[in-house]
Design a binder for this molecule. Structure first.
Ligand code: GLA
Length: 393
């Protein structure tokens, strides 16, 4: 569902910023929300995200010289940022938001896809800032999609996801898994993606929530230091894996059944590490079970597993915090809430809830008031829809 106002805004801004409108095309890439399967994607486990109808818009055109010029309507005070393809492309603090698109240009060039000429681009997103709905993955995949369109590179949407992840890992310094970029690049309307991150095999699972909706609630938490904490969790899982591999023939924690984990967990003598590994194993099995429940039409069980997922992320993986816990715990108390949990990396950002239509108003009121009372500032609620992948608009 393309927002025509957003499209008009990027095209107008392109003309105002660069003084031309010939050969300019408009593009869109979605954000994502993960329904279940958190912190499993760098452990060779399963995830179950879907693309959203909110995302990132762009207007772009190729240039005749080697300059790249970037402008974001979300960061208009920064102004136009310029690079020359003849200079070394490297991340820098001064480059701000442009580190994401430039990281993708860098990653394309690393893969031998060299840009002969530069381009001009205007970006405008409607994913709430810092909400954990993958505004960065959306921008990365969008950039890759535009490069493919402008330069004719032979890459699949799945490649765009991998290139986006590569640039985020190696240019932007966040050791993220593949989930976000994959959900953005491979999104399909009204379906979530059941992805096995061990081998990238996947299937689309239709989401039919008769009489219920997906509500995303933003904690609006101001400060978060996610990247360092995120990378620390990942390292701890990798260490746990290497210890278990001394005895077990496994490639990732996602290879373990709950029984295998329980029989071998004492090899992990550091209690904190054991808890982190436990989350990775249980959450993966929970995700498989949740998708089965959905296929069987057992939404109630799906909701119970969402709650267990949050509890595990709170108690074992330790990535929630008082804001996310308050939102989820308040949601669980409201009649008509099928399930609720934190979504994305954690420490802030959003929860995802499945709420019956007739309960939505009361859900927003009750959770909203109790959150404000406890935390001191407001949460924001969005009723979201599941959209498709990137496109020319
Ligand atoms: C972030 C990362 C993803 C994934 C989630 C947690 O969104 O970018 O790769 O690890 O956190 O599930």
């Amino acid at each position: 569902m393309i927002d025509q106002e957003m499209k008009k805004a990027v095209l107008e801004s392109f003309e105002n910023t660069y003084g031309k409108k010939e050969n300019v095309k408009a593009y869109f890439a979605p954000g994502r929300v993960n329904l279940i399967g958190e912190h499993t994607d760098y452990n060779g486990g399963h995830v179950f995200p879907c693309a959203l109808t909110i995302g990132t818009y762009a207007a772009a055109a190729k240039r005749d010289d080697r300059m790249i010029q970037l402008f974001s309507l979300n960061q208009d005070k920064v102004g136009v940022v310029s690079f020359c393809l003849d200079d070394t492309i490297a991340p820098s603090e001064a480059a701000g938001w442009t580190n994401y698109p430039m990281g993708v240009v860098w990653a394309f060039e690393k893969r031998g896809m060299k840009l002969d000429k530069g381009f001009d681009i205007v970006i405008y997103g409607n994913i709430p800032n810092g909400s954990g709905l993958s505004s960065s993955a959306s921008l990365e995949v969008l950039t890759g999609f535009i490069l493919r369109d402008l330069y004719g590179f032979d890459v699949s949407n799945q490649d765009l996801a991998l290139i986006g992840q590569y640039s985020e890992n190696n240019f932007n310094g966040c050791n993220c898994g593949i989930m976000d970029q994959f959900a953005v690049a491979m999104g399909q309307e009204n379906s979530a993606i059941f992805l096995d991150t061990a081998d990238l095999s996947f299937e689309y699972a239709p989401i039919k929530l008769d009489g219920a909706k997906i509500i995303v609630t933003n904690t609006n938490k101001k400060h978060k230091l996610t990247d360092s904490q995120y990378n620390a969790r990942r390292s701890m899982c990798e260490e746990a894996l290497s210890i278990l591999q001394k005895k077990l023939d496994i490639k990732g924690l996602g290879d373990l059944s709950i029984e295998e984990f329980e029989a071998n967990k004492d090899l992990l003598t550091d209690p904190d590490m054991q808890k982190k590994a436990k989350h990775a194993v249980y959450e993966n099995q929970r995700t498989i079970e949740a998708v089965k429940a959905l296929k069987d039409g057992d939404l109630e069980h799906f909701g119970k597993l969402m709650r267990q997922s949050h509890e595990s992320l709170r108690d074992d993986y330790d990535v929630t915090g008082i804001e996310l816990d308050t939102l989820a715990e308040e949601a669980w108390k409201v009649p008509g809430v099928i399930g609720s949990r934190m979504t994305g990396g954690g420490f802030g950002g959003c929860t995802v809830s499945i709420v019956k239509d007739e309960a939505i108003e009361n859900f927003k009121k009750t959770v909203g008031e109790n959150y404000l009372n406890k935390i001191g500032y407001e949460a924001t609620f969005y009723t979201v829809e599941i959209g498709g992948g990137p496109e020319v608009i």
